[in-house]
Write a protein that binds this ligand. Structure first.
Ligand SMILES: Cc1cc2nc3c(=O)[nH]c(=O)nc-3n(C[C@H](O)[C@H](O)[C@H](O)COP(=O)(O)O)c2cc1C
Length: 198
């Protein structure tokens, strides 16, 4: 069966060889049909991003996933560089910039902080969706459809079996998205996309 959606996972981890969680997430989905995975720090260790190649890959996929560990409430710096260089005026936004219109995009992050660290309290804490607002806004400007994030919290406390379970959940979510098992409207009701498999 031809997958309904072609999925591109752009994986940003500057220390992928030391990763416990992201490594398992990637391994859980890498053999799936219809999924392309790019290890961005391997491809661009010196940050010299091949803009044309990146734009071509975006055009050839229907759902883009930015996967990375949460760093200082944001992404590792190569993703910011990628956004600055690849999502340019006339391609991704602006009157003529409609190349990405209608594509779906989602963030998949792992956080050292536990779930409780991301529950708003007296204005001292922010939720993950709130912290991801700049990414969401960027996506809106590019006329793409932003999906709720896939989130794995408390990475340092996770045991091997918890990490494997996170990998299995990631695979299920990606499978559902690829096969369009749920409408986008249903998916958008969740704050974390993890909940669609519950
Ligand atoms: C530079 C740096 C910044 C980090 N910033 C955050 C942060 O803002 N919030 C958080 O919850 N965890 C933070 N962490 C913890 C990482 O998110 C965590 O180590 C990672 O998700 C673990 O995934 P991995 O096993 O794939 O490396 C940070 C880690 C590093 C190295």
């Amino acid at each position: 069966m031809v997958p309904k959606k072609r999925i591109l996972i752009l994986f940003f981890h500057p220390l992928a060889h030391k990763s416990r969680v992201n490594r398992v997430l990637i391994n859980s989905v890498k053999e799936m049909e219809g999924i392309t995975i790019k290890n961005m720090y391997d491809l661009y260790p010196d940050f010299h991003i091949d803009v044309k190649a990146e734009q071509r890959d975006l055009l050839n996929h229907d759902l883009i996933i930015w996967q990375h560990p949460f760093y200082w409430y944001s992404s590792p710096s190569l993703l910011k560089e990628w956004i600055d260089l690849v999502l340019v005026h006339g391609f991704a936004y602006g009157r003529e910039g409609k190349a990405l219109a209608g594509k779906q995009i989602m963030t998949a992050i792992t956080t050292g902080g536990r779930n409780e660290a991301y529950i708003p309290e007296d204005g001292k804490r922010y939720s993950v969706p709130q912290l991801l607002a700049p990414f969401e806004q960027t996506v809106h400007l590019c006329r793409m459809n932003y999906l709720p994030p896939f989130v794995v919290h408390g990475t340092h406390l996770l045991e091997e079996r918890d990490i494997l379970e996170a990998g299995s959940n990631y695979r299920k979510v990606i499978q559902m998205l690829r096969d369009e098992s749920l409408s986008e409207e249903e998916i958008r009701k969740e704050n974390y996309i993890n909940h669609i498999i519950l």
